[in-house]
Design a protein. Structure first.
Length: 163
C-alpha cells in the first residue's frame, strides 16, 4: 500500500512537471513580464483621459516614414497613440530608448518574423490601425522605431521628447 501511494504521488508530480514543459514559451515573439520596467514610462490606463496623437506609417519617395517624426510630451502625461499603417508593407511601432531599440533590432535580424504586441509596441499589417496608451513617467528623449531588418535604416524612426 505504501509503494502504491509513492507511485501515485510520483505519477502526479511527473504529470504536473510535464504540463509545464509542454506549455513552453508560446509562439515566437517578444513579450514583457508583468514586473518588467520600461525605459520610457509605463503602460497607461485606457479608462483615464489621454491626449490623442495619431502616428501614420508609410513610404514616400523610397523612404519609410513616421508622421509625425517628432512628438513632445510632459512628464506624467498620458498619451493614446493611434497607429495607422497606410502602406502595403507590415510596419511596427516600438517605444523605447535608442540603445534598446538598436539592441532589439539586432535580435530582429536573427528572427525577422518576431511579433510585437506589447504595451510599448505593436506590429500592424497593411491598412490597419491599432492603439497604445502610454504614461510618460520619465523625462528624457525616447524614440519609436520600426525594427524589422532594414526598415529603421530606411528612415523608420521617430523621436519623443519628455519634458
Amino acid at each position: 500500500m505504501k509503494d502504491l501511494k509513492r507511485t501515485g504521488i510520483a505519477l502526479i508530480a511527473t504529470v504536473l512537471l510535464s504540463a509545464t514543459a509542454w506549455a513552453g514559451e508560446g509562439p515566437a515573439g517578444h513579450g514583457h513580464g508583468h514586473d518588467e520596467a520600461f525605459s520610457a514610462g509605463e503602460p497607461g490606463d485606457p479608462k483615464k483621459p489621454a491626449r490623442i496623437i495619431q502616428v501614420t506609417m508609410s513610404e514616400s519617395d523610397g523612404k519609410m516614414v513616421f508622421m509625425p517624426a517628432k512628438v513632445e510630451v510632459k512628464k506624467g502625461e498620458q498619451v493614446k497613440f493611434v497607429l495607422r499603417n497606410n502602406s502595403e508593407l507590415d510596419h511596427e511601432f516600438i517605444l523605447a530608448t535608442t540603445a534598446e531599440n538598436l539592441k532589439h533590432g539586432q535580435a530582429m535580424k536573427k528572427n525577422p518574423d518576431m511579433e510585437h504586441d506589447d504595451p510599448n509596441g505593436k506590429r500592424l499589417v497593411p491598412k490597419k490601425t491599432d492603439e497604445i496608451v502610454w504614461k510618460f513617467t520619465k523625462a528624457g528623449e525616447f524614440e519609436y522605431s520600426r525594427l524589422i531588418p532594414g526598415h529603421r535604416e530606411a528612415g523608420m524612426v521617430g523621436t519623443i521628447v519628455v519634458k
